[in-house]
Design a protein around this ligand. Structure first.
Ligand SMILES: *Cc1c(COP(=O)(O)O)cnc(C)c1O
Ligand SMILES: [Zn+2]
Length: 414
């Protein structure tokens, strides 16, 4: 008899202590580190062939054996489509790469990949009986968790920096969340939430403080491998804040390798940060196992403005053991990449995604990525959530004015 989910237990990412997965859990009770969901992969391998996925609908929950929900009826859904994995021939040629792919997360509910973590995290929270969830956010996670909380009938309390993208504030309010703004960064919002949680009835679902957000983000990795015809890329490039996506994609590939659903070598992982907030890059360059708090962080790529990540040691371990690297790019470079990519491919990527593509360009120039490497870059969200990233001021012509002669004759493609 096959099971809907093969979730077996939770394991501390630092000390390995095992926790019961059938009840709600936060951080490790021994060492306060993040917990990782573990599955009975031996049984899954015996009981479910990869081919059983063939007839399932093309959505996130097609991988339910490797997700924590115990029944389909407990899944909270807003339309989690499998997002496109697009080959970028023109932009790849510009970077000198023959196989440059982009996993475009703009088609997710709430228009960023944060929807994946929220879909699975909220589904599991509701299933285990949580009714009130609280979190700090740079905007996108709050928007996603507020939406899924509303859909599941849960209450949401959210704190975010005052200068987080305004649209995300509107999204949280539209979903009926209780929203508070802070004149500071996400760590300040996190302190406010932790305090509120200690004084009241809320459960803290901040990044990695509960185990199932990673599982949602893991589906990016499952999808990439399936979309590549059950083969692995050579390099995965990821814009890194809290690191959940990077940890999740790596975990997905580890599980697929253990199941024998894919064979080959684990890809090299690249953590991309903004020069205005690069604690992981700094730790990596010093060969350290964890990061130190980044003071006065600032970047247009708001989703990766995380001065100190709870899962820094997990990310750094992945970079070291896969032969990966951490690199930073400044805001001018990522905004320039955003514009070039738009012209080459018709994609309006988010600044975080643009940072990942700009880092790929630098690594290709340095020879760290070779021309024949198969590279998958994550565009973690829709650029249209960040309209201020493109200068759209133009002169306005009076009705009856002619379009200038210079523009009347089409020029060859840029
Ligand atoms: C949150 C966010 C990131 C960083 O994701 P982590 O998994 O926390 O590293 C990247 N891009 C966007 C658009 C985000 O909202
Ligand atoms: Zn522990």
């Amino acid at each position: 008899m096959t099971r809907y989910s093969y979730l077996s237990h939770l394991e501390c990412a630092r000390c390995g202590h095992v926790h019961d997965a059938t009840v709600a859990q936060g951080l490790c009770r021994r060492c306060a580190s993040p917990l990782l969901a573990r599955y009975d992969l031996d049984a899954l391998k015996r009981e479910v062939p990869r081919s059983s996925l063939r007839d399932r609908s093309w959505e996130l929950w097609r991988y339910h054996e490797l997700l924590p929900s115990s029944a389909a009826s407990n899944e909270v859904k807003l339309g989690e489509v499998v997002t496109p994995l697009l080959k970028m021939a023109r932009h790849g040629a510009d970077l000198g790469l023959q196989e440059l792919w982009i996993k475009d997360e703009s088609a997710t509910p709430t228009s960023t990949f944060k929807a994946r973590g929220a879909a699975v995290g909220v589904s599991r929270a509701a299933e285990l009986g949580w009714t009130q969830i609280a979190m700090p956010t740079n905007g996108n996670a709050g928007a996603a968790w507020a939406a899924y909380a509303a859909r599941a009938g849960l209450r949401a309390l959210i704190a975010m920096p005052e200068d987080a993208p305004r649209i995300t504030r509107a999204e949280c309010l539209t979903a009926g969340a209780e929203v508070h703004l802070v004149d500071g960064v996400i760590s300040d919002a996190g302190a406010m939430i932790a305090d509120a949680v200690s004084r009241g009835d809320w459960v803290d679902v901040a990044t990695l403080k509960e185990p199932y957000r990673i599982e949602g983000k893991k589906t990016m990795g499952l999808e990439i491998v399936e979309q590549l015809g059950w083969t692995l890329p050579d390099v995965v490039v990821y814009p890194t804040g809290g690191g959940v996506g990077l940890i999740g994609i790596h975990k997905a590939i580890e599980e697929l390798l253990a199941l024998g659903w894919v064979e080959g070598q684990m890809p090299r992982f690249v953590a991309v940060q903004s020069s205005g907030c690069a604690p992981i890059v700094s730790a990596f360059e010093q060969g350290r196992p964890d990061s130190t708090f980044w003071e006065d962080s600032r970047t247009v790529a708001f989703g990766i403005n995380v001065p100190k990540a709870l899962g820094d040691f997990i990310m750094l371990d992945i970079l070291y053991k896969t032969g990966g690297i951490a690199v930073d790019v400044n805001d001018d470079a990522l905004l320039e990449e955003l514009r070039i990519l738009g012209r080459h491919e018709g994609l309006f990527v988010c600044p975080e995604g643009a940072a990942a593509v700009a880092a790929t360009r630098r690594l290709a120039e340095r020879g760290w990525i070779s021309p024949t490497d198969r590279v998958v870059v994550l565009n973690t969200g829709a650029g249209i959530k960040y309209p201020e990233c493109v200068d759209a001021d133009l002169p306005v012509l009076a009705p009856g004015t002619s379009i200038p002669d210079s523009a009347v004759h089409a020029s060859p493609t840029p």
